[in-house]
Design a protein around this ligand. Structure first.
Ligand code: MTE
Ligand code: MO
Length: 161
């Protein structure tokens, strides 16, 4: 009996540690399609490997002013990490990232607006809101936008074009 418990415990502990480590990021994942037919899965492991950033945003929606504290990765950092953005800035500026949600809502963001040398907008792919994993999937956070429409929720695909 004692022997049995002794053997199970380390396994149980490592499972708990694994769940706790993944717990910082929502279980939901999105597919990001890049140049040359490359597809990457944006899951907890991939996103938590990138530098985390936080932002407080307020936007106007039909329900009033929505305020949240978000944690995630900068879109720019994500695209850089995947090597999608062309080193030549004139060719990089041709591109956009189209986000599509589970309900069909779509928003396009441009490389020019997020590139540090150009628009430098800190647009973020968020996985946490108010200290909790976002239950309904990954969400874009657009600090500075007055209205909520580009804070697209439940992102299913991101297409770099
Ligand atoms: N997937 C998805 N995300 C969405 C929308 C939508 O219809 N579908 N509506 C947007 C709009 S227009 C607004 S104002 C906000 C509303 O966010 P709220 O429900 O937190 O107020 O979500 C944005 N994100
Ligand atoms: Mo909206």
């Amino acid at each position: 009996m004692h022997n049995r418990i002794y053997r199970i415990t380390p396994l149980a502990l490592s499972l708990i540690a694994l769940l706790a480590a993944g717990g910082a990021v929502a279980a939901e994942k999105a597919a990001m399609n890049g140049p040359d037919g490359v597809t990457v899965t944006l899951d907890a492991a991939r996103l938590s490997a990138l530098p985390a950033t936080e932002a407080v945003t307020s936007y106007r929606s039909s329900k009033g002013i929505e305020t949240g504290i978000y944690k995630g990765v900068l879109l720019w950092d994500l695209l850089q990490a995947e090597g999608f953005v062309d080193q030549d800035h004139k060719s990089a500026l041709r591109h956009t990232l189209l986000a599509t949600a589970g309900d069909g809502h779509q928003v396009a963001y441009s490389i020019g607006e997020i590139a540090p040398d150009f628009g430098n907008r800190p647009i973020m792919l968020a996985y946490e809101m108010n200290g909790e994993p976002i239950a309904d999937g990954l969400r874009m956070v657009v600090p500075g936008d007055l209205r909520g429409a580009r804070h697209i929720k439940d992102i299913v695909t991101l297409d770099y074009r």
